[in-house]
Every structure is written in structure tokens, then in C-alpha cells.
Design a protein around this ligand. Structure first.
Ligand code: FES
Length: 72
């Protein structure tokens, strides 16, 4: 079971970590790809922590992946 990091948009930690590992390493980027952090902003600190914990140098130097079609 995965907890919701972003309660506003019901985005789970697993989902967020998945995007970070695919190279989405900014809060703005996560908002774009999975809507995390686009509501009340209370989760921004948690998002930053996850980005710090899970981003890799390789991911940071890679262009962000294409937004998935129909993922919302
Ligand atoms: S909890 Fe993420 S924007 Fe409100």
C-alpha cells in the first residue's frame, strides 16, 4: 500500500517516485506529469524531499519523458 503524498490530487508516493526516477525532478514537472502539488501546496516539502532522495545524476541530465497520453 502506498500513502498519498499529495492529498489534494490523490497522488501516491510510488507514483511520484516513479516519475522522479524517469527524470521529472522539479515540483513543476511533477505537477505537469501527475498533478502532484497543483492544489494547496502543502505537499511541496514532501515532494522536494522525495526528489532529493530519489533523483539520480543520470535522471537529472536526461530530458523529461513525454507526457503520457490519456493518463489523467
Ligand atoms: S496536498 Fe498536494 S497540492 Fe494539496
Amino acid at each position: 500500500m502506498s500513502t498519498h503524498v499529495c492529498v489534494c490530487n490523490r497522488v501516491t508516493e510510488d507514483e511520484i517516485v516513479g516519475w522522479i526516477q524517469r527524470g521529472v525532478v522539479t515540483i513543476e514537472g511533477l505537477g505537469e506529469y501527475c498533478d502532484a502539488g497543483t492544489g494547496c501546496s502543502d505537499c511541496h516539502d514532501s515532494l522536494e524531499e522525495l526528489i532529493e532522495d530519489f533523483q539520480t545524476d543520470e535522471a537529472a541530465s536526461r530530458p523529461a519523458p513525454e507526457a503520457p497520453v490519456g493518463s489523467r
